[in-house]
Design a protein around this ligand. Structure first.
Ligand SMILES: O=C(O)CC[C@@H](O)C(=O)O
Ligand SMILES: [Zn+2]
Length: 466
């Protein structure tokens, strides 16, 4: 790894202040990686700007000195989008973390890019409002990173993804200019919506420094159901049955192996004794007694059809939270097996056939590996995690999995699905982008990057190579 020259370091310090430039090994390691743990961290330095002006100064310096910049939020990403492994300068937005300008009429609030998701959720709750984009990493993920990756999570079926909640954002482009996009407007058809282009661009178009986020009314008294389901096809039948009759707040699923791991490692209880191949977790609003009667009638119907084998309904907030942990804690639980991750989707109607094909391929290809299925099946998005056997060296494991990935992605392509439904492309899925995007789409993406970042200093090498 190249060490930063004294000139570069003093120029960085001139931008952000003496003690806001970190080069010690611990900081480089900490800020240089995300949750993927695949690429070793190797940044040149870490800088912690405290204002938009400082971010602009850093970008101008990067242009002058040909430094690559990696914007960095909570680094909870799962595709290597925030990894600095090639001597880049990490621009950590942690200090730009103020919540200001709450506007109760528009129900919007202005957030620095470094505001943590849970901080925004708590801010909303104190005002009897609700920020609905939620996921297991909400305690450390930051709004800027959520926007850069268009984070989804566990309520997408009801509330959409991060892009649906961004009323405006400010971006420092690759030329150091500041763009103020959409400015909180509900209606704005005056030309292209550049705000939405920036959402999900994984920091390749510039550094998001601020966002105006929308808030919602909080949902009423939620009930969580966990159902034991006979097979993958039955999971979709249960989804259809419930969705045709009720507004669901969430519809998630996980496999028996996922349940076993999470129960064993998080000290949780199984929801019931029945063992089934899959479990569905549903969340509904307990609006009235009639709503709960409806939910129970649907349960009876699904049981009669043989789709559902058992089930439980939360009777308190604490019980609802405990049931949610069975699903939300899976990713963290299995991280100790450094899993090979797939995050794939197709349209909901095609999910049953799609999953049947994927299941057949992976069961045949990985007879000796543990496969953990879970995810947001109500959105057509499943997480397929292959666990590394302890004895198998990492390189060999990655090699075997990436071969199988190609077969999986061929199916994804045939189903016109996505090779990255939720986690973004980053470094990890870059080689597979063409399974989901046409050559023309990729060419247009490159051209767009050129416009925002002509010198190629913004998170280079992520999503595609220049
Ligand atoms: O670890 C994964 O594969 C998924 C993580 C996250 O998107 C989730 O849905 O829990
Ligand atoms: Zn997910």
């Amino acid at each position: 790894m190249n060490a930063a020259s004294p000139e570069v370091l003093s120029a960085l310090r001139a931008c952000v202040g003496e003690d806001r430039v970190l080069v010690d090994a611990g900081a480089l390691e900490h800020y240089g990686r995300d949750w993927t743990r695949v690429h070793p961290a190797a940044p040149l330095a870490v800088v912690l700007p405290g204002s938009v002006g400082e971010v602009q100064a850093l970008v101008r310096l990067a242009l002058e000195r040909q430094l690559a910049l990696v914007p960095s939020g909570g680094r909870t990403g799962l595709s290597g989008g925030a990894v600095a492994c090639q001597g880049e300068v990490v621009v950590a937005l942690d200090r730009i973390n103020q919540i200001t300008d709450f506007n109760p009429v528009d129900r919007t609030v202005r957030c620095g890019a470094g505001v943590v998701t849970a901080q925004l959720q708590a801010f909303a709750q104190e005002r009897e409002l609700f920020y609905p984009v939620d996921f297991a990493s909400s305690g450390s993920s930051q709004i800027g990173g959520n926007i850069a990756t268009n984070a989804g999570g566990i309520k997408v079926i009801r509330h959409g993804m991060t892009r649906d909640w961004v009323a405006g954002l400010k971006l420092v482009t690759g030329t150091g200019e500041l763009l103020d996009l959409n400015r909180g407007l509900v209606k704005n058809n005056a030309g292209y919506d550049l705000r939405q282009l920036v959402v999900g661009a994984e920091g390749t178009l510039g550094i998001i420094v601020e966002a105006t986020m929308r808030l919602a009314r909080p949902p009423q008294d939620l009930a969580v159901l966990v159902l034991a389901v006979a097979d993958m096809a039955a999971v979709m039948r249960v989804l259809e049955a419930y969705q045709s009759a009720m507004d669901l707040q969430a519809f998630e699923f996980f496999s028996e192996l996922a349940l076993q791991k999470v129960v064993a490692h998080q000290g949780l209880q199984r929801p019931f004794d029945t063992v089934a191949p899959f479990y569905a977790l549903l969340e509904v609003e307990r609006g009235s007694a009639a709503d709960m009667e409806q939910a129970m009638a649907l349960f009876e119907h699904c049981a009669e059809q043989g789709w559902v084998l058992d089930g439980v309904v939360s009777q308190s907030v604490a019980q609802a939270q405990a049931l949610w942990r069975l699903r939300e804690d899976i990713s963290e639980t299995i991280s100790r097996w450094t899993p090979y991750k797939n995050d794939i989707s197709t349209t909901i109607a095609r999910v049953p056939d799609f999953l049947a094909e994927i299941e057949a391929v992976v069961n045949e290809a990985y007879p000796d590996f543990e496969i953990v299925w879970f995810g947001h099946i109500g959105d057509g998005n499943v997480h397929l995690n292959v666990l590394k056997p302890d004895a198998l060296p990492m390189a060999e494991f990655q090699q075997r999995c990436s071969e199988v990935s190609r077969w999986v992605f061929e199916i994804v392509q045939r189903y016109e699905g996505s090779i990255s439904a939720e986690h973004g492309v980053g470094l990890l899925k870059k080689a597979y982008l063409h399974y989901s995007r046409s050559p023309l789409e990729i060419q247009i993406m490159r051209q767009i990057k050129q416009v925002f970042d002509p010198a190629g200093i913004m998170n280079p090498g992520k999503i595609f190579d220049a």
